[in-house]
Design a protein around this ligand. Sequence first.
Ligand SMILES: Cc1ncc(COP(=O)(O)O)c(C=O)c1O
Length: 484
Amino acid sequence: MIPSTTLKLMTRPLYVASRSFVSGEPARPTIKTEIPGPQSAILLKDLDSIQAMKSVQFFVDYDKSLGNYIVDADGNTMLDVFTSISSIPLGYNHPNMLKAFDSDHAKKVLINRPALGVYPGNDWVDQLRNVLLSCAPPGLDQVITMMCGSCSNENAFKLMYFKYMDKVRGGIPPNDEAMKSCLDNLSPGTPRLSVLSFHGGFHGRTPGALACTHSKSIHKIDVPLYDWPVADFPRYKYPLEENTQENTAEDKRCLDKVEEILERQTKNSNPCVGIIVEPIQAEGGDHHGSANFFQGLQDICKKHDIVYLVDEVQTGGGPTGKMWAHEYFNLRDAPDIVTFSKKMLTGGLYHKPDLRPNNAYQIFNTWVGDPSKLILLDSVLKTIRQDKLLETTLKAGDVLLSGLRRLENQFPSLLHSARGIGTFCAVDADTSARRDQILAKLRTEGVHCGGCGETAIRIRPALIFETKHANIFIESLEKVLKTF
Ligand SMILES: Cc1ncc(COP(=O)(O)O)c(C=O)c1O
């Protein structure tokens, strides 16, 4: 009798190396119309009659989209290296995710969506422990789910305020005057506190998160916000290895500025209760900070006894080749809070135990998350482990980055500053207009890519993106660059 292991080997097709993680995935893009095509244009006109959503680029056929390929309403099949703003972990219609709702139990979780803060299902604790805590950043064992990235940050700020005010009161609960005055947004119940953020950062669009967002004016114009302080995030010269001295000085300049601001805020009776920072400033232009910078920030937070919040909404969930980008920074201790959403499929925050709120309903909303998202996330995490997708991401990322470096050398007047970790890569064009032209031309080549900041081309594929996909991307970009 043939042993079962041999049987498995015998039934494995010979073309294993070129197979994709999602079988049936197209081998290459195919473009039939301009994008947006006629069908998208009809749908856009129809949508516009009932909804002002001028941001829509094209409509998608989610039934037909598969793996790394997105199919639009006009039947154009594009290699997707943007994945709904970096939020699709395993590409389109991954069989493991489709299977996740096969059971009656899963369907019941989907339809009976509870107010989790008051009526969690009897398997909720297991779900939190087995799914969300199974991939928690090292050193963090408390978790709260939320709906999106913005509200994760918004509630993270609340944890900062609670901790600070608890310390101010010496652990004594707020008195009657405080409880009464807060209802009218007055002192002492409504304190004057601030959160420090960075120029170029993006943390969301609800008021607190928006006060910490500094990437594009259109996100903020006409919205009343807190006058919270903003510090400089390092802006490095590339290639990094040729500019160590300048970049180290840049880290020091930025860290000194943070200290200066913290002291000024205290003097002005608007103390900072925490710092929020992205491991890589994504929306703002894919600006990287060094391990030295992030360690320095943590030291400053510890010195001032304020909260260190690392916003991993865009970087978390694997695109850098680690579950959490801050794991690259060798921090001396875990950050106090790590927020997530996007590829994690649910918003939420991991935090240290000393940030647990004292009272019920202080961190709360009707749903506080959605258990059905944890069913999906469970299948995503199992697939990441089983298919070693973090390794795949690192390998594909190497091909992307070396390809981008080759192209910036080949076209020095068009591209510069290739950078990235894993597939979380970017390269700058010489001007904003050129960046936009490159993105438009890439689309006609069948590659859907995005931009960020003023001039960056932002690459954000799914975790099933392999070296062969990276090669298609680089070939297409080269073809586009040759047209200028
Ligand atoms: C780093 C970061 N934080 C927060 C957010 C806000 O997340 P959401 O759009 O889910 O509110 C985003 C969204 O792009 C982000 O990139």
